[in-house]
Design a protein around this ligand. Structure first.
Ligand SMILES: [Zn+2]
Length: 1050
């Protein structure tokens, strides 16, 4: 039919603004194909797209996961591997994807609608009409290489996870919870033995069955033009109309038209062994089936009940199992939204010998609680808290709706009635009328009296050994069976596939898509206002400053405000650690972990810690204490409160009370310390975390708080504390008092508040109470202490890399991780920075030089370079590699090739590198609160001008190829100069020797050491000779402190 003007095939199902947030939600459907579109409007530079396909499969073949990878390998109009990602880089975009049991989602993040609109139809074509060639299946899914080893991108990925504790536990669970014939029973990632035999045709069939427009929901978040969107999608549908199955043909809806999951008929408790040399600690997972995820009110009820049971240390299960009885280091829960919602409780850090007992205890606690009255005030608190935190999430970011929209698409009604549940939070209001017996009935039905599947995860050293031997034997047999001729054939086949995959993309194809102008991106600037010594940074001239000044009288405290429209206040206290005695710094983990869970002295009363937690949960949306890396100084601490704007003064009161009035109760300290210790074995299993840990121990001075709170410090130091708590607890208490006295002093404090200054009461004077007991003379306040710098807290090896390198064998690994470190720029206005930024962005690009040389050749799952101005390091990171040395060597060669000109620079990719830097600037503004924080970091912490970003972008655009070469030669290549860089590798014990020989061939001087060699007790000897009753060994997670040097809010 001829169309007149801009008619569209899309109809609006509904459009509404929820009553609890400002973002409009609009739902469309294509009358032509059945494709669904949901748009959530938002503001700012970033757009997010989720392209979701409902998928269901009844085997472990891995077809869903492999297909996810193959969609990036080319489409009908763009039959080139890497085209999509190269285009994405140019269009200020990044792509990613995940495969869940019930859906596959492709994601697109873009700065600016122009770029998003440009790439959208190209991306969708890759999803709906991918090429799925034999050659792509060979390299991306699975193949046997010329040496008889199994490889392939997906294969290696699954090899890395298949025998981890969590994966083994999850698989066992699926098999026990869901019967044959249920799609929830299977591992959609693919089991290794099945990936080895998966055919390209099976994947193509799966694509035909599932990847049709009528099974696709396009979900968009951000600032965009709806008419242009529908026009783009109309054109896209037009372009694929001849190649998709008839949209009118009858089709079944995955999951909804499948057999319904039944509730469990009986309870099952089973043990699952996982490989680990350290057999001291295991974990327990307990699974229940709950209400239908499309029944909004029941899901609200479930959320409240879960908070009541395990949402905080005052909640029933966590309070007893973790705090009182110390049987576990944590109780967590997770929800999988399904027609029968799956609820999993995980108990971490359980002593292996007590797994059975703790599992029984979990149910004893539940059952006995049901025999007593419920704590109704606490339950109502949980209900209020749930409402508050939900509002807060949506106040923070439009993408908070993503999960809800996806779940609605998969399991909700297609007439829009279930999506409409997002209009209000009224269901929670309705729950306020429920009485105790109704709540109890719910808990009994779904938890205390419910059938369940419990998995006891038990570490096993012999399993670790057996898996290795079995795999070696299998490979040996495979090699034998193939014979020299077979191997040669494999090598040839692989080589041919690579040649086919790597056909060069005609540059005209990419050049057709012009880089959208930077002006198409809506960057936001937040406004600052300041009081007290913060004014030394500069006095802003805007209306918010006058609001603040109207309220400010003689405020000696440093306070910096960033204004955003919001119903919440984000209150931060940054604390310098500069005055803290070095030998006390390893107390930081214990101090932080106990900060919100100690009893408090209030007047002449002692408030016990449970009450403290209950009140904290009642008064806030969130609270946290950690390093101040998000505020631009990784060596400071930061206390953060998120509260409703009316509770601004309450947050301030809390900070004061927690800083000065908490009581270092010995029993509490014992409980908290042993919890920290219980988590150590788990974090020592992780190759990536331990790589970072070794780097921190080597390259940072004892003064650095990141080193003082590193797992490899905690492993010894907290053991010493444990011993002291047993033999002389008062000594620990007096150490902590000393710690507090030195930390909690006026000169160490800076306040940063992100809130709506139009709404908040007494923004400045509310802080008078905070300092009222400190005897500060407002006319002559004490000078502020320096914040300290990471740069001044480096070890000699950190200041002068080029010392020995280190290889750390770890029994838990079956691959290797590597980190090379050298010195780089240390200031944000270093003239060498723009060229370095481009050089690294160019090297790191998706489908760029490092990707092709390392990931593309199977030498590692990932490699990337980074610079960190705060510490002055540059790094090369090798993530999960069969031989980290080879990955480092390949990285060196590709850099060398660009320096000496044997590998030419691609002008289109250079444009892409500039785009990717634009994206990093946009990422700092991903949400309004994030934009506010990065504004503070830029202007106050880094003292950079307002237009720093614009100036840098201009400089970056002016960088030419010669300057990039120079940067690669003079800065980046230091990563590969043995006299200027250090390499640390964590690896499977079997790889140690080959990595060593490899590094030596690059003229490094590698030493081999166990993890324990890197540990430091900071002089606390007590307890290291101790032994006996205690088998547990170590302590807590890394995570919080990578050297990425990026600021990121929440
Ligand atoms: Zn994958």
């Amino acid at each position: 039919m001829g169309s007149f003007g801009k008619s569209t095939h899309f109809t609006t199902i509904q459009s509404f603004v929820p009553d609890f947030c400002p973002n409009r939600i609009t739902q469309y459907e294509s009358k032509r194909t059945g494709m669904r579109v949901v748009v959530v409007d938002g503001e700012g530079p970033k757009l997010h797209g989720y392209f979701v396909l409902a998928t269901e499969i009844h085997d472990d073949s891995g077809a869903p996961h492999t297909l996810e990878h193959l969609c990036f390998m080319g489409s009908r109009s763009y039959q080139y591997k890497g085209f999509l990602d190269k285009l994405a880089t140019r269009a200020y975009s990044g792509t990613n994807a995940w495969t869940a049991t019930d859906h596959t989602a492709y994601t697109l993040e873009t700065a600016g609608w122009a770029g998003f609109r440009q790439i959208l139809p190209v991306y969708l074509e890759h999803v709906i009409l991918p090429t799925i060639t034999d050659a792509a299946c060979l390299t991306e899914v699975h193949h046997i290489d010329g040496e008889g080893l199994d490889a392939g991108v997906v294969y290696s990925e699954m090899q890395g996870v298949q025998n981890t504790a969590q994966e083994l536990i999850d698989l066992k669970t699926k098999r026990l919870v869901y019967p044959k014939g249920s799609g929830f029973r299977y591992e959609t990632g693919g089991m290794m033995e099945q990936l080895r035999v998966l055919t390209a045709e099976r994947i193509r069939q799966f694509h035909r069955d599932m990847y049709q427009p009528k099974n696709l929901c396009v979900i968009l978040f951000g600032e965009l033009n709806h008419d242009e969107l529908l026009e783009t999608l109309d054109e896209f549908e037009e372009s694929i109309a001849d190649s998709i199955p008839d949209p009118a043909a009858p089709a079944r809806r995955p999951w909804i038209d499948s057999e319904e999951t039944k509730f469990l008929e009986k309870t099952i408790v089973e043990t699952v062994e996982f490989p680990d040399e350290d057999e001291s600690m295991g974990q327990i997972d307990i699974h229940f089936l709950g209400p239908d995820c499309a029944k909004a009110i029941e899901i609200c009820e479930l959320n409240v009940v879960l908070l009541y049971l395990a949402g905080s240390s005052a909640a029933l299960l966590e309070n007893i199992l973790v705090e009182k009885e110390q049987l576990a280091s944590g109780v967590y829960y997770q929800i999988n939204s399904r027609p029968k919602t799956e609820v999993t409780f995980s108990l971490s850090g359980v002593k292996t010998g007590k797994l059975q007992e703790v599992e029984s205890r979990f149910f004893e606690i539940l059952k006995s609680a049901m025999e007593k009255p419920l704590d109704m005030p606490f339950l109502r608190d949980c209900l209020d808290r749930q409402i508050r935190t939900t509002k807060y999430q949506f106040d923070t970011s439009a993408t908070a709706f993503a999960d809800d929209v996806i779940v609605d698409y998969l399991f909700g009604k297609r007439d829009g009635s279930t999506l409409e549940d997002l209009k209000t939070l009224n269901d929670y209001e309705k729950l306020k009328a429920r009485d105790e017996s109704q709540w109890k009935k719910f808990i009994q039905k779904y938890f205390s009296d419910a059938q369940h599947v419990s998995i006891l995860g038990k570490p096993s050293a012999s399993l670790s050994e057996k898996l290795k031997q079995d795999e070696a034997k299998r490979i040996e047999e495979q090699v034998k069976e193939l014979g020299p001729e077979g191997l040669e054939k494999c090598a040839k086949k692989l080589q041919e596939a690579k040649v086919e995959n790597d056909r060069e993309i005609p540059s005209s194809m990419l050049a057709k898509f012009e880089v959208p102008p930077v002006e198409s991106i809506h960057f936001i600037n937040t406004s600052s206002a300041r009081a007290g010594p913060a004014l030394k940074v500069g006095r802003p001239s805007n209306r918010y400053q006058s609001i603040v000044e109207k309220d400010a009288k003689d405020m000696p405290l440093f306070i910096n405000f960033e204004h955003i429209p919001s119903n919440f206040a984000r209150v931060n206290l940054m604390i310098s650690t500069q005055q803290l005695p070095v030998e006390l710094r390893p107390l930081i983990p214990l101090y932080l972990e106990s900060f919100f869970s100690l009893p408090i002295k209030r007047g002449d009363k002692t408030v016990d810690f449970e009450q403290v937690v209950i009140e904290l949960e009642r008064d806030t949306v969130g609270y946290d204490i950690d390093s101040a890396s998000g505020l631009g100084n990784v060596e400071c601490l930061r206390i953060q409160f998120q509260v409703e704007i009316e509770k601004y003064d309450v947050a301030i009161r809390w900070i004061k009370e927690l800083l000065w009035a908490s009581i270092f109760d010995e029993e509490r300290l014992k409980a908290i310390n042993s919890r920290l210790l219980a988590d150590i074995p788990d974090s020592k299993r992780n190759g990536e975390n331990m790589l970072t840990a070794c780097h921190l121990m080597l390259h940072l001075a004892p003064e650095s708080i990141s080193r003082a709170r590193c797992t490899l410090t905690k492993a010894l130091y907290l053991k010493g504390i444990k011993h002291l708590l047993k033999t002389d607890p008062s000594q620990v208490v007096s150490q902590l008092e000393k710690f507090r006295k030195s930390l909690c002093s006026f000169p160490n404090f800076r306040v940063i508040v992100v809130t709506d200054l139009e709404k908040v009461q007494n923004p400045v004077s509310a802080w008078q109470e905070f300092i009222s007991d400190l005897n500060i003379d407002p006319s002559n306040p004490p000078a502020l202490a320096s914040l300290g710098k990471r740069l001044d807290r480096l070890s000699p090896a950190g200041l002068h890399p080029g010392q020995p390198s280190y290889i750390v064998p770890m029994a838990t690994l079956d691959s290797s991780y590597g980190l090379a470190s050298a010195r780089g720029p240390t200031s944000y206005d270093d003239p060498s920075l723009p060229a370095l930024m481009i050089a690294m962005a160019y090297m790191n690009a998706v489908e760029g030089p490092l990707w092709v040389a390392v990931r593309g050749t199977g030498l590692a799952y990932g490699t990337s370079m980074a610079y960190d101005i705060e510490s002055g390091f540059i790094h090369l990171d090798v993530y999960r590699s069969p031989d980290a040395y080879k990955a480092i060597l390949a990285s060196r060669d590709i850099v060398q090739g660009h320096i000496d000109g044997t590998v030419p620079f691609d002008p289109l990719m250079l444009e892409g590198a500039v785009s990717s830097i634009v994206v990093t600037f946009a990422n700092a503004q991903a949400t309004l609160p994030a934009a506010a924080t990065s504004n503070f970091v830029r202007t106050v912490m880094r003292e950079l001008p307002e237009d720093y970003m614009q100036v840098m972008l201009k400089k970056v655009k002016e960088v030419d190829v010669e300057a990039i070469k120079q940067s690669l030669r003079d800065v980046v290549f230091d990563l590969f100069r043995p006299e200027k860089s250090d390499v640390v590798v964590t690896c499977a014990p079997g790889l140690t020797e080959q990595v060593k020989i490899g590094l030596e061939s690059m003229s490094y001087k590698p030493e081999i050491h166990e993890l324990s060699w890197f540990q430091d007790d900071y002089g606390l000897k007590a307890g290291n000779e101790e032994d006996g009753e205690d088998d547990e060994d170590d302590d807590d997670e890394e995570g919080d402190d990578d050297d990425s040097g990026e600021e990121d809010e929440d």
